[in-house]
Design a protein around this ligand. Structure first.
Ligand SMILES: [Zn+2]
Length: 437
């Protein structure tokens, strides 16, 4: 059955970041948007079921970089420097994880994201079949990049052919309303031989798949690659990886030439200001990336390093850090930052079917109600002030209802599909076992 959602305010995330008063979103019975505009411009609803919403309706947020099953490791060694944290805490525990643990972690991670208004996440984690299963259970949407690494006990050739086979068997996108998209997750240039990067690029290009890869996250990680190839982006370009759909996660330490190369090749960037701050990796050059018209989205990164899966914090941090880095408080407005988390994320992932409320895209939507001091000044304020209240003050606090492809998956702030208390108990049990070893 087709539906009409009528809200006091709709934020479609169009390029101008318009704010529509008394507006509607029409959704067909496949879960696609057929109209988004003011109520006065909308046609007769016909026999559509009409839902009235008192607050702000916006597109589901797009989290462009996450390792969400790591909710199992949240808070462990959180104040250690990066390498000690990985080597002493994270990797030993991850080595004990089994497939079922990943499903348990992703189930709760996915619920947490939906409750914060994130409807799509780009995930890089082991046991991706379990990640997919968990996402299909909560009703969210995900772009999966099973990781490729070259470490003892891991063979990148096997990992690569496993992904090839999976895509060839199930297709690039599958599940109800294309909930799952498959891609490739070469971990980083410094954890893989050049041949692995080249062959991954070929496999992905042949299938039109997205490659997600960590790029220039910490200053010291890629000294060898920089010495031999100039920079990691140059290396990725040499092996053909930037010719296809590629998402560079973090991309903190980029030169002007690297930025120009990303712009020329259409490479997307997942900007992760929360994780980059906590791990003291640096401040990515967001203003320069935007000035060069690179497609930039926001990413939480894994909950073991950020630590919550709340993209509203990245919205705020992206603007604040960019202003600090440039000493210019006008360099990124509330509207700019909001667009990074919505249409920007979709662009960075090479997806034209999510991230914006417009005809043809999936009805992935979020309703924020106004019952909060952040909105005490009411709706009868300027568009700019209302957007400020949402972005700077309210954040995720009043996300009440969430839809994916027109199906409501969160109601009154809770998952309508999964018992959150049970999902939390599952994580407690798995985490205790992993800690014991
Ligand atoms: Zn990462």
């Amino acid at each position: 059955m087709s539906r009409r959602y009528r809200a006091a305010v709709v934020l479609p995330a169009d390029p101008a970041c318009s704010l529509l008063r008394d507006a509607v979103v029409d959704v067909d019975d496949n879960g696609r948007i057929t109209f988004c505009g003011t109520a006065s411009d909308a046609g007769d609803p016909g026999d559509a079921l009409v839902t009235d919403l008192s607050g702000i309706l916006l597109p589901g947020l797009v989290n462009t970089h996450a390792h969400s099953p790591m909710v199992l490791l949240r808070g462990m060694g959180g104040d250690l420097p990066l390498l000690r944290w990985l080597q002493e805490i994270i990797w030993p525990v991850e080595a004990r994880m089994v497939a079922e643990d990943v499903r348990t972690g992703m189930l709760l991670g996915s619920i947490e994201m939906l409750r914060h208004g994130i409807t799509t996440s780009a995930e890089m984690y082991f046991h991706a079949e379990q990640v997919a299963e968990a996402v299909l259970t909560t009703g969210a949407r995900a772009i999966l990049a099973p990781p490729l690494m070259d470490l003892p006990g891991m063979n990148w050739r096997t990992m690569l052919s496993d992904i090839d086979r999976w895509i060839d068997a199930d297709g690039l996108r599958f599940g109800p309303s294309d909930r799952i998209e498959l891609g490739y997750g070469p971990h980083a240039a410094y954890t893989l031989p050049v041949e692995a990067l080249r062959m991954t690029a070929e496999s992905a290009a042949a299938r039109g798949a997205l490659v997600q890869i960590h790029v220039a996250e910490a200053a010291a990680e890629d000294t060898k690659q920089r010495a031999e190839h100039g920079s990691v982006p140059k290396l990725l370009d040499e092996v053909g990886m930037l010719a296809g759909r590629t998402l560079a996660a973090h991309a903190v330490h980029l030169s002007d030439e690297d930025i120009a190369l990303f712009a020329a090749r259409g490479t997307g960037v997942a900007h992760c200001p929360g994780s980059n701050s906590k791990l003291a990796s640096g401040i990515a050059r967001l203003a320069e990336l935007r000035a060069a018209s690179v497609a930039v989205g926001l990413g939480t990164d894994g909950p073991a390093s950020n630590d919550d899966l709340d993209l509203w914090e990245e919205i705020q941090l992206s603007a604040m850090l960019s202003r600090l880095a440039t000493k210019d408080s006008t360099v990124l407005t509330a509207a700019d930052a909001f667009l990074l988390a919505t249409r920007g994320g979709a662009e960075a992932l090479g997806r034209d079917d999510i991230g914006v409320l417009e005809a043809g895209r999936w009805a992935d939507m979020v309703h924020v109600d106004l019952d909060d001091p952040a909105f005490a000044t009411g709706l009868d304020v300027s568009d700019e002030q209302l957007l400020s209240n949402l972005v700077w003050a309210a954040g995720s606090r009043r996300v009440r209802d969430v839809w994916v492809a027109g199906e409501q998956v969160v109601g009154d702030g809770e998952s309508l599909r999964v018992d959150r208390a049970k999902a939390q108990a599952g994580v407690a049990e798995a985490a205790a076992r992993l800690r014991r070893g």
